[in-house]
Design a protein around this ligand. Structure first.
Ligand SMILES: C[S@@+](CC[C@H](N)C(=O)[O-])C[C@H]1O[C@@H](n2cnc3c(N)ncnc32)[C@H](O)[C@@H]1O
Length: 309
């Protein structure tokens, strides 16, 4: 295995500035990865603070564990969709800040044996958590053509989804990322093929890791974890995730429509913090191309739990 390298943490200064509102606080990094963001957070915190770093990927936990040797830090294996049960019950309602830097890490993408990339040959895996029962091999080889089409269309926003699903089904069994790439190339010709490959791999990855469901679950559960005035910072890398975050921050649900209580007050568990959308500077993108599609949003739990009207 090649040495594990996690690239620069994205929007690092912004994450620190928006998240660290109390140097004595309790924090949760739901996407520890190589520990880049968490390391920077720790430098800002006092001896009384604590940070829980969650990741579902054993390689990430190992890397971050080696990098961060600090008694203010606890690494936790698990899915951020269940973060409320991964941290001690005693911190519920007391958390100052939660970070979610969602999606895959550069390491996961670059490591061919994980099966995330069409640029590397590897097994059809794509599981962030190696204990996950569902893998890309199952999605690609066992899903019927209608389900496969739906996933490619909804999670990949791929307009040739039916054609690609047909090509996949006709070439079964498909065992490697290179074979999956060949199936996609048989269905999509010309200059669009690289974009289609990216969309197909993204769609299958989202399905394997149930990424949208886990994000929804994390957003909902973050509300009870945060203390009044506590913040959640979410960085996403594609529009499907960003839309869920935007709607939830605005309305507390995923339709984006604010509901009213019996008295006509808006029911909003979180208040978006302005500016509504934070994106990397040209300088950051030049330094770190992975930052290109990053979108950061920040919300705060109001001191008045009902939210403001
Ligand atoms: C973009 S990387 C985070 C990089 C990190 N901020 C850093 O500075 O090194 C995303 C990480 O989140 C993890 N991850 C993604 N979805 C997750 C989930 N639902 N639960 C737990 N970890 C998740 C991935 O395994 C990956 O290590």
């Amino acid at each position: 295995m090649q040495p594990i390298s996690y690239h620069d943490p994205v929007l690092l200064k912004e994450a620190v500035d928006y998240l660290i509102t109390d140097v004595n606080g309790i924090y949760i990094d739901g996407t520890l990865g190589g520990g880049g963001h968490t390391s920077a957070f720790i430098q800002q915190l006092s001896d009384n603070a604590h940070i829980y770093g969650i990741d579902q990927d054993d390689d990430a936990l190992q890397t971050a564990g080696k990098r961060i040797n600090d008694n203010r830090f606890t690494a936790v294996k698990g899915n951020f969709g269940y973060m409320d049960v991964l941290v001690p019950v005693s911190v519920r309602g007391k958390v100052t800040g939660i970070l979610l830097d969602i999606g895959v890490s550069s390491y996961q993408i670059d490591e061919g044996s994980r099966g995330f990339s069409f640029r590397e040959d590897g097994p059809l895996d794509m599981r962030m958590d190696a204990q996950n029962a569902l893998s890309a091999a199952i999605v690609v080889n066992d899903y019927d053509v209608a389900d496969l089409t739906k996933i490619l269309f909804e999670y990949g926003e791929e307009r040739f989804s039916r054609k690609i699903a047909d090509a996949i089904v006709n070439r079964r069994p498909i065992n490697t990322t290179a074979e999956l790439k060949t199936a996609v190339e048989a269905a999509v010709k010309g200059p669009h093929v690289t974009k289609s490959l990216a969309r197909v791999f993204q769609a299958i990855r989202i399905e394997v890791n149930q990424e949208l469901e886990m994000l929804k679950s994390a957003l909902k559960r973050s509300v009870d974890l945060l203390k009044p005035g506590g913040r959640i910072v979410v960085m996403s890398y594609h529009s499907l995730e960003d839309r869920l975050v935007k709607h939830f921050f605005r309305s507390g649900n995923f339709d984006g429509v604010v509901e009213k209580d019996f008295f006509g007050n808006d029911i909003r568990p979180l208040e978006p913090v302005k500016p509504a959308l934070i994106t990397p500077s040209d300088d950051e993108i030049a330094r770190n191309p992975r930052a290109r599609s990053a979108r950061m949003r920040v919300a705060e739990k109001p001191s008045d739990q009902r939210g403001k009207s």
